[in-house]
Ligand binder design. Sequence first.
Ligand code: GLU
Length: 448
Amino acid sequence: MGTFPTMSTLASNSSAAPLSTGSSAASRMNVSRRVSEMKPSVTVAFMNRAKTMKSQGLDVLGFAAGEPDFDTPRIIKDAAIEALNAGMVKYMPTLGDPETRKVLAEKLVRENGIPTTADHIAISAGGKHSLYVACQCLFDFPAPGEPPQEAILPVPAWVSYAPIIEIAGGKVIELQTTAASDFKITPEQLKKAITPRTRGFFINSPSNPCGTMYSPSELKALAQVIAEAARTTAPNLVVVSDELYEKIVYGGIEHFSIGSVPEIAERTLTINGLSKAYAMTGWRIGYAAGSGVFGKKLIDAMGVLQGQMTTNITSFTYPAIRAAILKTADEVEKMRRAFADRAAAVHARLTRVPGFKCPKPTGAFYAFPDVSAHFGKTSPGGNGTPGRKINSAMDFCEALLAEQYVAFVPGEDFGGCGKNCVRISFACSIDQINKGIDRVETFVAGLK
Ligand code: GLU
């Protein structure tokens, strides 16, 4: 056999050449095309860059991570600690332990009006994982000569939907929105986009990255379009409703679950998780809920896939999930109020930044201003970095991070008019918001 060093030769020979010399045949091998063609997540990339710069001692103000700055409530942590100490450290049923699935199902019935049961719940390693597994169970790769199944996605939308849909074999059909209509689609737009090939309609309210929400009546009108299309053109249509931000609402619009509309309940998969509402991003806990016969089929399929993928999520977190859902209403309300104050503060400041146009956030913890008035200008430079030409949201964010140590997320990968916007996560103190926007004002004042 060729020159590939075995682990034993490497272990016994400390002077062995480093593995990455770049000259071996192995160095020319590639990873799979479907992953090498996948776009890395820009939200994760900017979040990690800001965290790395901070850990190097730089005075970075991070507004990139969609991550509450609060600690996980004590009662949730204690439930996990107790379970760990009590030896709850073994494999568990793949879709979650029955008691926790029941608590989640009862929550969805009680709070969201979704007709679901414990058998219709799949617990996964985060909302992103739930979405990934769901898409793998919904989309097929097209047979030779056949068109792909379509996924309707209103944009701007969170950066991970399109890659997750595409890697499952779906084709994304973007529906364009504008800031003037709070980045929301109309029932007519949805109706026009549905074809016999439509498999999925993805909706996310409150929205990441837009920070806006659909009203209950708007969602009911979209549900009627789905119900009608399902009876006629698109019998296989499934709604995937991402409700991760349901608890973070403060604009006077009530959160509504589209899966509670009886006509489409069975063809709706509701995705949620504990990351945002309970300040548990690092715990990686998400769940999906279906309804009726199809909903059970879909959840069971997710169980098959998760059984070949992750088995169960971390065993001792199940009691913590129950504690979060059942015992933290006061803490959740305290955090919601803090987000409401921050939303007001960030919006008031952003509307005074020259060239920024920003709809008022009503839910989630994002502001999504259009900064395209500054495209074509040159940044002032700062922190030892020379100024640069700003031709895009990416250029804007790169320059702002390098010159002012302020981390926003550029809007291109959210799709549609997002290319003119930057995402500002205000899951941080009002003091940080003020300091950050002071720096943005200095940066904008220096643009030429
Ligand atoms: N969902 C969060 C965000 O949008 C976390 C990072 C990610 O998963 O995209 O920032």
